[in-house]
Design a protein around this ligand. Structure first.
Ligand code: IPD
Ligand code: CA
Ligand code: CA
Length: 266
């Protein structure tokens, strides 16, 4: 499995170089709106192509599921790729974005890489082997309660605005019971930070599997818990609740009643 991880790291670093080089000339960047307020740039596409080429060079028969180009190939191994997580930040020059690559084998996550090319921080994980930040072992925080906790989140937008009413209730409760909330704008980094103990919990509705596949394995491998805010597999619903064990449970007790009180709009 280490060889798979090495390939993912190589691919993520290449994509990171592409993103950083292009950000120096942000004014020349062509930004297209996939949908209202949903941006895609040539950087997303070039980074994705570089990642796929790096993987295919080594593993030509593996399948790929990538945000911009979709699914290709089939078989036991599947790479799940978000070439630029945090594109809204990226197009504004807000320096929080990452590359996320995960490997799934017969439906089970095996490896994950989240790379922040701005800080040049590399988060890696292999199933059963914990999480490393730049080669150093990291773990989720040992916090035992919401009091004092720092919680990451992402706001509902696009089709996920249907979660707005319960979400706003959740936000109010989390503000009142914790030390603070952060919305950095990259779900992959949100989960990597949680795995590294930089935050204590995280929740968001409507994420895609490429946003969270690598980070989800990281949180679990770092000793944290990941469950769904709604029933069913988290990678399918994208409605994620994660945290160090005690904070996860306390957050679950705080958040879930809002879904019963005000279900999502149809
Ligand atoms: C987005 C980021 C953001 C999350 C959005 C995602 P993108 O990914 O992860 O934090 O709130 O839902 O779509 O579009 O920048 O790859
Ligand atoms: Ca994303
Ligand atoms: Ca993306």
């Amino acid at each position: 499995m280490q060889a798979f991880l090495n390939t993912a790291v190589k691919a993520a670093r290449k994509a990171g170089e592409i993103a950083i080089r292009a950000q120096r000339r942000l004014d020349e960047l062509e930004v297209r709106e996939k949908a209202r307020n949903e941006f895609v740039t040539q950087v997303d596409q070039a980074a994705e192509q570089a990642i796929i080429a790096t993987i295919r060079e080594r593993y030509p028969d593996h399948a790929v599921l990538a945000e911009e180009s979709g699914r290709s190939g089939s078989g036991e191994f599947e790479w799940i790729i978000d070439p630029l997580d945090g594109t809204t930040n990226y197009v504004h020059g807000f320096p929080v974005f990452a590359i996320s690559i995960a490997l799934r084998r017969r439906g089970q996550l095996e490896a994950g890489v989240v790379y922040d090319p701005v800080r040049q921080e590399l988060f890696t994980t292999l199933r059963g082997s914990g999480v490393q930040l730049d080669g150093r072992r990291v773990r989720v925080s040992g916090r035992r309660e919401l009091d004092g906790a720092l919680i990451g989140t992402g706001f509902p937008y696009r089709s996920n605005v249907r979660w707005m009413t319960p979400y706003l209730g959740m936000l109010r409760d989390v503000m009142q019971h914790t030390a603070g909330i952060r919305r950095p704008g990259s779900a992959a980094l949100d989960l990597a930070y949680l795995a590294a103990g930089r935050t204590d919990g995280f929740f968001e509705f409507g994420l895609e599997c490429w946003d969270i596949a690598a980070g989800l394995l990281m949180v679990q491998e770092a000793g944290g818990l990941v469950t769904g805010l709604t029933p069913g597999p988290v990678l399918e619903s994208g409605n994620i609740l994660a945290g160090s064990p005690k904070v996860h449970d306390a957050l679950r007790d705080l958040l879930l009643p809002h879904l019963n009180a005000t279900p999502p709009a149809a």
